[in-house]
Design a protein. Sequence first.
Length: 116
Amino acid sequence: MDTRYFATSKYEIVKELLRSAGSGNALGIWSPTLGNGMFLCFIKQVWRDEDEEDVVVILRDNELTGVELQTHVLYLHEIERVCSFSSSPDGMRSSKEPEVSSKEPEVRSKESGQHR
């Protein structure tokens, strides 16, 4: 049986974003930046942007259904809540390897786009 977990605190949201990126499973995201409702997204990268004092989330261009997202870059403050799933049918697993740092998220400077 599939169970769902809704994360609303910033700490829990980051935890679920990292878990989703590491496992390749889709994650339900509520963010006005994406539009109305929940979007089933695949996470490519998650990192802390020290300049913005926020967490940056890079999504694949399309959601699970194949619909192109309005944007593929979100900041943590733009995410209201996420929904993770305890089991993931094959359709909810990304066929591409996620780009996740092993320990510390990579941080890019805004001006140069270079890694620090």
